[in-house]
Design a protein around this ligand. Structure first.
Ligand code: PHE
Length: 335
């Protein structure tokens, strides 16, 4: 019987295992339930009793040989697979972190502003950045020679010879969207109108040639100045917290009467200063008239806030230009 075990031993020894497939082939041929080792063990019953012991020992030795070979090959293949990878491919290392982008601080601020007014029941409207003179100035009660129409502030796209009429401008504020909203609908109106505006100003730490505003308009039968004040105070408290230091002072805009401005305290108690964040007022009757809303029946308030200013106060940014440089070292701080 020893020829059988010797033959099996030889076959096992000469079997070359150099791949995963060969490894599996080896295992199936020799060590599976129906493999050659098992079937040899199955023969033990047909062996003469005095030879059985020796036969059993031999088969077990062959079985061990096959197991050892399998194990050795497994380790060898595993190792060679590992060394064919780069050190950096070690799957046990923690994954390198993905660098995710973050929303720009101005977008984050705008989202916060929208959230506040959404809760106060305002919808959102928008209008074009290239405006005509009528929407940007005339319908908003700017007198024909008002200094805001001057070349100093306004970027003109098309300048006509006739006084103002055909001018096309980059809008200098979001107030023209009030006009579009009211012309295209019927009161009541309660919307905010976020957008980009342009002014031909020199670029400094405090001013830029473009910036963002959020316009607000509320027109209904009994809208009051007290409601405007309440809304603005609620707004700054929701953005900056209840302890925010603000003041509201009288101002002038052609399209509101009375008009006011709101300032927020910037900096320490002693060394800080007031920073204006918005203009507002009761919609001027002439404006309501220019869009076909009866000023005897309806009243409204409007406001226009500077998103950059609100962001700078919120985050403590002291130079508006940082918001436009797109320097990653700056932007990454707003996770
Ligand atoms: N449009 C004004 C500005 O740009 C702000 C404003 C809007 C004031 C609405 C009053 C009412 O300065």
């Amino acid at each position: 019987m020893s020829e059988l075990t010797d033959k099996l031993k030889k076959d096992i020894e000469s079997f070359k295992i150099n791949s995963r497939e060969e490894l599996e082939h080896f295992r199936l041929t020799y060590l599976s339930k129906k493999g050659r080792v098992s079937s040899l063990l199955g023969k033990i019953g047909s062996i003469a009793a005095e030879e059985r012991k020796l036969f059993g020992q031999k088969v077990n030795a062959v079985k061990k040989l096959a197991h050892d070979k399998l194990e050795e090959a497994e380790q060898r293949l595993h190792k060679s697979q590992k060394t064919s990878r780069k050190a950096t491919d070690d799957i046990s290392l923690p994954a390198s972190s993905l660098s995710l982008g973050v929303a720009h601080p101005l977008s984050q601020t705008l989202t916060r502003i929208k959230d506040v007014f959404y809760r106060l029941g305002f919808s959102i409207a928008d209008g074009p950045e290239v405006e005509d003179d009528f929407h940007n100035f005339t319908a908003l009660n700017f007198p024909p020679e008002h200094p805001a129409r001057d070349m100093q502030d306004t970027f003109f796209i098309k300048k006509s010879d006739a006084p103002n009429t055909d001018d096309l401008v980059l809008r200098t504020h979001t107030s023209p969207v009030q006009i579009r909203l009211m012309k295209n609908g019927t009161p009541p109106f309660r919307s905010i109108m976020p957008g980009r505006v342009y002014r031909n100003e020199s670029i400094t730490a405090k001013s830029y040639c473009l910036f963002h505003q959020v316009e607000g308009l509320y027109v209904d039968k009994n809208v009051s100045l007290a409601e405007l004040k309440d809304t603005l105070i609620m707004f700054v408290e929701m953005i900056y917290g209840e302890g925010v230091r603000y003041r509201i002072r009288p101002s002038f805009f052609p399209f509101t009467e009375p008009s006011l401005e709101m300032d927020i305290w910037w900096g320490d108690d002693e060394t800080g200063k007031w920073l204006e964040i918005l203009g507002a007022g009761m919609v001027h009757p002439n404006v309501l008239q220019s869009v076909g809303v009866d000023p005897e029946e309806y009243r409204g308030f409007a406001f226009g806030m500077g998103v950059e200013r609100i962001a700078m106060l919120f985050y403590g940014i002291d130079d508006i230009r940082l918001l436009y440089d797109n320097d990653l070292r700056f932007l990454q701080q707003f996770q």
